[in-house]
Design a binder for this molecule. Structure first.
Ligand code: FAD
Length: 420
């Protein structure tokens, strides 16, 4: 099988990439997903809050996904579902995707360009190593979300949520609406890692306490969870002796971080950024291997599907352009670095010599800032751009637009956050 562009993943990133690639004139485009329907993680996110930026409307996850699924069906791109991509190989300009499904078995698919859009997965109990028994009732928040919203199960009656990322906050509210008592949301950091709107709408509105600087130090229960021990932590995130208390519950939801799905990426020899755990990309979303692009949560964990769709469109446009015109000859790259207060930044490279237009840079702060400046500096320390923000938190992804003409002479640029 031969295609111009193969896209791995049919979540919001992959769908937007396929639609935009077709709009940009790509010939044959194939989207592959291991699931039996398009939409990715959005299908289980039945709460509203999607599409505020994209459509100026408040949609549920499935509604947002359906708008893109419909456009994808009408785009002329081909979709192959229930198909798992196992590997990606690059032989010069030729890319080989190996995939498997129950009907065709193992397939070898050749492509001129590939777009990675595999999303991310949740960190589990094993990743954070909570001591104690191994009873049932300990689940990641996303698994619980699937059980409740798609499979229709009731997962427990008394729950504690560990981690205050958005999935945990949303599931605290969801379980309450399903008749369970959510006793607390426990967060090891002194601030929440979720969106402020979710803290208000999912915890405050339902009187669920948010215990900051606390963690779960033990899981208790032989067959089914009987309770957890919660303790306060110090500034080093170590439990404070004497603050432990036992909380009786039958369910513990873990919302302790997401990891971009990059086994295929690493297997193809694409360079990964240790901070994002996703591939390094440039302004066109191209990875370290020519003709392989990436977008969405596989690059970095986004909090809004709207931004994921934008990244997908950028990758789709760039892949179509690559297939049409080939790689740009020796374009100079400008490095983009995370300075003080910034934990990571995407894209990590921009192209010099593109004088018109601008670049959207996405990044996260490494702590909470009140009344701060976002500052873009060149390698000489010259300030290229400065914007004031009343509040910046690690839980909310920040974005800054940088015009190409102001960075054109720079060797590299650094983004930092500095208190006023
Ligand atoms: C619980 C939760 C609540 C959220 N709430 C909001 C909200 O209120 N508002 C908002 O705007 N955003 C929200 N988001 C964020 C948003 O949903 C995500 O950022 C977005 O869905 C990520 O899109 P994606 O396409 O990168 O990944 P995904 O949606 O995860 O899609 C990736 C796709 O790749 C497929 N795939 C992976 N590996 C393979 C393989 N090897 N072979 C074949 N297919 C593969 C998967 O099956 C999946 O379909 C929420 C996210 C979660 C998890």
């Amino acid at each position: 099988m031969d295609y111009d562009i193969v896209i791995i993943g049919a979540g919001p990133a992959g769908m937007a990439a396929a639609i935009e690639a077709k709009i940009s004139g790509a010939g044959s485009v194939l989207v592959i997903d291991r699931d039996i329907e398009t939409g990715g993680i959005l299908n289980q996110c039945i709460h509203s809050g999607f599409g505020l930026h994209r459509f100026s409307e408040e949609l549920t996850g499935p509604e947002y996904a359906e708008r893109y699924s419909k456009a994808l069906r009408e785009s002329g791109a081909q979709v192959m579902l229930d198909t798992m991509v196992m590997s990606l190989e690059c032989k010069g300009r030729e890319k080989l995707v190996r995939a498997i499904n129950p009907v065709s078995g193992i397939m070898e698919i050749h492509a001129k360009a590939v777009i990675l859009a595999m999303g991310c997965r949740e960190r589990t109990r094993g990743a954070i190593q909570i001591p104690g028994d191994r009873p049932s009732g300990v689940l990641t928040a996303g698994t619980a979300q699937r059980y409740v919203n798609i499979e229709g199960y009731r997962i427990g009656k008394k729950a504690v949520v560990l981690g205050s990322g958005d999935i945990g906050l949303i599931m605290a509210r969801r379980l309450t609406l399903e008749g369970a008592k959510v006793l607390a949301c426990v967060e090891i950091m002194p601030y929440s890692s979720g969106l402020n709107r979710n803290i208000v709408q999912c915890l405050d509105d339902f009187s669920i306490p948010l215990l900051l600087s606390h963690t779960v130090t033990r899981i208790v229960g032989r067959r089914r969870l009987e309770g957890v021990v919660i303790a306060e932590v110090d500034s080093e995130r170590k439990p404070v002796a004497g603050t432990e208390r036992f909380v009786e519950c039958d369910t513990l939801l873990l919302s302790v971080g997401l990891i971009p799905e990059n086994e295929i990426t690493a297997g193809a020899g694409i360079e990964l950024d240790p901070r994002t755990r996703g591939p390094y990309v440039d302004g066109s979303m191209e990875t370290s291997i020519e003709g392989i692009f990436a977008c969405g949560n596989v690059v970095h964990v986004n909090d809004l599907a709207d931004h994921v769709s934008l990244e997908g469109e950028r990758a789709g446009r760039s892949a179509a352009e690559y297939v049409r015109a080939g790689a740009e000859a020796n374009r100079r790259q400008i490095g983009v670095f995370a300075g003080t207060g910034v934990s990571y930044i995407v894209p990590q490279y921009l192209s010099a010599g593109v004088v018109s237009g601008s670049n959207e840079l996405s990044f996260r702060a490494d702590r909470v800032f009140k009344n701060a400046y976002l500052i873009v500096r060149s390698e000489s320390g010259a300030v290229l751009k400065k914007v004031r923000r009343p509040r910046i938190t690690p839980g909310e992804m920040e974005r800054i637009s940088v015009r190409n003409d102001i960075i054109d002479n720079a060797v590299d640029i650094t983004i930092s956050i500095e208190e006023v």
